[in-house]
Design a protein around this ligand. Structure first.
Ligand code: IPM
Ligand code: MG
Length: 359
């Protein structure tokens, strides 16, 4: 029987709770679809700081590298706020993306039919089905540029730098073209080319590469305009490709349009299909340990893991179908509304319901 090795990084806050439910679903799916998974836990973020003193132990990188894919919960929490910038839980997340070469971050924002009323946008603005994909560059740009702080003329200063090399832009734009070709054939490249040199380089590379992808309709948009267009007419977007920082900001905005950040999954991919999969939402320390969190984004991250890293598309479909069915009967508190026709359930109950619906 085919066996896949999955590294499991539960992380902090609600991370362990939601990952446990996702693992239940993964194991049931494997049994139904006829493959095996071996799960190896490893530490990341605050949990790793508490245990080892650092947010990204070498051991964790080794476990991930020895696996076919990585499943991650979430990292961070107020108890580590006093850590110096170089040793915060978030540093572990940035470090693992870099160490594993995961330069392409795919963040789909979709509206799940039964949850349409949860969107803060008016129905006529949403239009038909919302289904857009933010492709965010993940291992370069201002996140990883040189930075410094100091004192000059009696006052404090700080600086961060944005730097992109051509190959870093080419590979993420290539991923975005491939995604657009598989979807509705539209690609919006988002930059700030009226101000930044990195953006002007980005834009010229997109134009060069467009010639090799004649079936994709490409347009450029300034990031400020894109932030506005996302709430004015989100239906105009299919695939958005952008830098690390702009993608961080726009993907939060896009996820909110869907009304249910607790539902959205993400994939971070390198070359060769290896990837790390995690919900878009954070570690939600305010509800940690209360069995209230919505495990569906993590469960849907497992579906992405099966599709992109393990080539088990049929298994991924089963999970997505089970989630759709589960929503008709049950909702966690974040997506529950009075009169929605579904019953209010806990994190573990939701995991059990989805698991039972995998067939
Ligand atoms: C994200 C998060 C991270 C980022 C933080 C936690 C460092 O906001 O994954 O979007 O900025 O990349
Ligand atoms: Mg973010």
């Amino acid at each position: 029987m085919k066996t896949y090795r999955i590294a499991v990084l539960r992380g902090d806050g609600i991370g362990p709770e939601i990952v446990n439910e996702a693992v239940k679903v993964l194991e049931k799916t494997a049994a139904v679809c006829g493959f095996e998974v071996t799960l190896t836990p490893a530490l990341l973020g605050g949990a790793a700081i508490d245990e080892t003193g650092v947010p990204l132990p070498e051991e964790t990188i080794a476990v991930c590298k020895a696996s076919d894919a990585v499943l991650l919960g979430a990292v961070g929490g107020p108890q580590w706020d006093s850590q110096p910038g170089s040793n915060r839980p978030e540093k572990g997340l940035l470090g693992i993306r870099k160490a594993l070469g995961l330069y392409a971050n795919l963040r789909p924002a979709v509206i799940f039919g039964p949850l349409r009323a949860a969107s803060p946008l008016k129905s006529e603005i949403i239009g038909g089905d919302l289904d857009l994909l933010v492709v965010r560059e993940l291992t370069g740009g201002i996140y990883f540029g040189e930075r410094s702080t100091g004192t000059e003329n009696g006052e404090r200063f700080a600086w961060d730098t944005e730097r992109y090399a051509e190959h870093e832009i080419r590979r993420i734009v290539q991923t975005a073209f491939e995604m657009a070709e598989k979807r509705r054939g539209r690609l919006t490249s988002v930059d700030k080319a009226n101000v930044l040199d990195t953006s002007r380089l980005w834009r010229s590379i997109v134009d060069e590469m467009a010639k090799d992808h004649p079936t994709v309709m490409v347009n450029h948009m300034y990031v400020d305009n894109c932030a506005m267009q996302l709430v004015r007419n989100p239906g105009q977007f299919d695939v958005i490709v952008t830098s690390n920082l702009f993608g961080d900001i726009l993907s939060d905005e896009a996820s909110m349009i869907s009304g249910s950040i607790g539902m959205l999954a993400s994939a971070s991919l390198g070359d060769s299909g290896f990837g790390l999969y995690e919900p878009i939402h954070g570690s939600a320390p305010d509800i940690a340990g209360q069995n209230k969190a919505n495990p569906l984004a993590t469960i849907l991250s497992v579906a992405m893991l099966l599709r992109y890293s393990l080539n088990e598309a049929a298994a991924a479909d089963r999970i997505e179908q089970a989630v759709a069915k589960a929503l008709a009967q049950a909702r966690t508190a974040d997506i529950y509304t009075e009169g929605c026709g579904a019953k209010l359930v806990t994190c573990t109950e939701m995991g059990d319901i989805v698991t039972a619906l995998i067939e």
